[in-house]
Ligand binder design. Structure first.
Ligand code: SAM
Length: 298
C-alpha cells in the first residue's frame, strides 16, 4: 500500500522520449522505471492504445500507486514489481523474446522524496533509509554507520562528486556516529563544510552526499550498466533504447554502455545528449539536470 502522499510526479522530457522511443504504433515497449506511470500513459496515448507496455518498478509502494493510476488503461499494461535488471526474466515469463523499445527514466520519483518515512530527502527529518527496494537489507543508515571512514570518503568522492571535501565529510560523519536520521546527517555535512563553500553551492550543500549514499544503497550504476549491456539482445531490429539521466555519473554510465555496443548491436541516435526545453525547466525545475540519450538496434 502506498503511504499518504498528496503530490503527483511530473514526467520529464515526455515529448523527446516518445520521439526517440516509438517506432511503431502496435509495438511492445518496456518502461523499466514505471514510477507513477506518466511515461507509460504517454506511450499508450501516443499510439492510440494500439501498443502495450510492460512496466517495471522495484519499489512495491510506487508500483501499487501506478496500478491505481493506470487502471483505465489496464488492458494495455502489465506491471511487475521487479528490478529492471531482471527485465529478461519478466519477458521470459510472458513468452516474449524481443520488444520494440526500452525506456529508463532514472533517479528518484516524487513519491519517494515526498511520502513520509522513505528517508531520501534532506528536507524532512526521518530515519535514513533511501532503499528503492524495501526488501533490500541495507539502508543508508547502515552505510553511514558501518562503512570505514575511508570507504565513506571514496563513495562521496566517486558517487557524490565531492572532489574537495569527501574526506572532511567522511571524518565528520565518523565522529558523530551513530547517525540515524536525515537531519543528523545534514548536520554532519554542515559542520564539515566551510560556510563560504556551503553558500557558494548552487544546490543544497547536502545534495552530493545524499546522492552518493542513494547510489551506494541501491547499487545504481552497476545495475544501469548491466541492464543496458543486456538490452540490445532483446530489441527487434530498429527497436530503440532511451535513457533519461539526472546527474553526470548516470549520463556517463549510459554513454559508455552505448559505446560498448556501438557498431556491433547499436546505432547511437544522439551524438550529444538531448536536454529539456527552457519552458519545461521553467515549469518543472526537476527537469533542469535531465539528459536523454537514445540508440537503435541495428
Ligand atoms: N517515468 C516515471 C513517470 O513518468 O512517472 C517516473 C520514474 S522515477 C524518476 C524512477 C523510478 O524508477 C522510481 O519509481 C524507482 O523506484 C524506479 N527504479 C529505480 N531503480 C529501479 C530498478 N533497479 N528497477 C526498477 N525500478 C527502479
Amino acid at each position: 500500500m502506498p503511504r499518504e502522499y498528496h503530490e503527483s510526479h511530473r514526467s520529464v522530457m515526455v515529448h523527446e522520449a516518445l520521439h526517440y522511443l516509438l517506432t511503431r504504433d502496435d509495438g511492445v515497449y518496456v518502461d523499466c522505471t514505471l514510477g507513477e506511470g506518466g511515461h507509460t500513459r504517454a506511450i499508450i496515448e501516443a499510439t492510440s492504445a494500439k501498443s502495450s507496455v510492460i512496466g517495471l518498478d522495484v519499489d512495491a509502494e510506487v508500483l501499487a500507486l501506478a496500478e491505481r493510476k493506470l487502471r483505465d488503461i489496464q488492458e494495455n499494461v502489465s506491471l511487475f514489481n521487479v528490478s529492471y535488471l531482471n527485465f529478461d526474466v519478466v519477458l521470459g515469463s510472458l513468452g516474449i523474446s524481443k520488444v520494440d523499445g526500452f525506456l529508463l527514466d532514472l533517479g528518484v520519483s516524487t513519491y519517494q522524496l515526498k511520502a513520509k518515512g522513505r528517508g531520501f530527502s534532506y528536507e524532512v527529518d526521518e530515519p535514513l533509509d533511501m532503499r528503492m527496494n524495501l526488501d533490500n537489507p541495507v539502508k543508508a543508515a547502515d552505510v553511514v554507520n558501518r562503512y570505514s571512514e575511508q570507504e565513506l570518503a571514496r563513495i562521496l568522492f566517486e558517487y557524490g562528486d565531492e572532489k574537495r571535501f569527501s574526506r572532511r565529510i567522511a571524518r565528520s560523519i565518523a565522529k558523530r556516529r551513530p547517525i540515524q536520521t536525515t537531519f543528523e546527517l545534514v548536520e554532519a555535512i554542515r559542520s564539515a563544510l566551510p560556510p563560504e563553500e556551503r553558500h557558494r553551492r548552487k544546490r543544497h550543500f547536502a545534495t552530493r552526499t545524499f546522492q552518493a549514499l542513494r547510489i551506494e544503497v541501491n547499487n545504481e550504476l552497476e545495475v544501469i550498466k548491466s541492464t543496458l549491456l543486456k538490452i540490445p539482445e532483446y530489441l527487434n531490429p530498429g527497436g530503440r533504447v532511451v535513457a533519461i539521466t539526472f546527474h553526470s555519473l548516470e549520463d556517463r554510465t549510459v554513454k559508455v554502455a552505448f559505446r560498448e555496443k556501438k557498431g556491433i548491436e547499436l546505432k547511437i541516435l544522439t551524438k550529444k545528449p538531448i536536454i529539456p526545453s527552457d519552458s519545461e525547466v521553467k515549469e518543472n525545475p526537476r527537469a533542469r539536470s535531465a539528459k536523454l540519450r537514445a540508440a537503435e538496434r541495428i
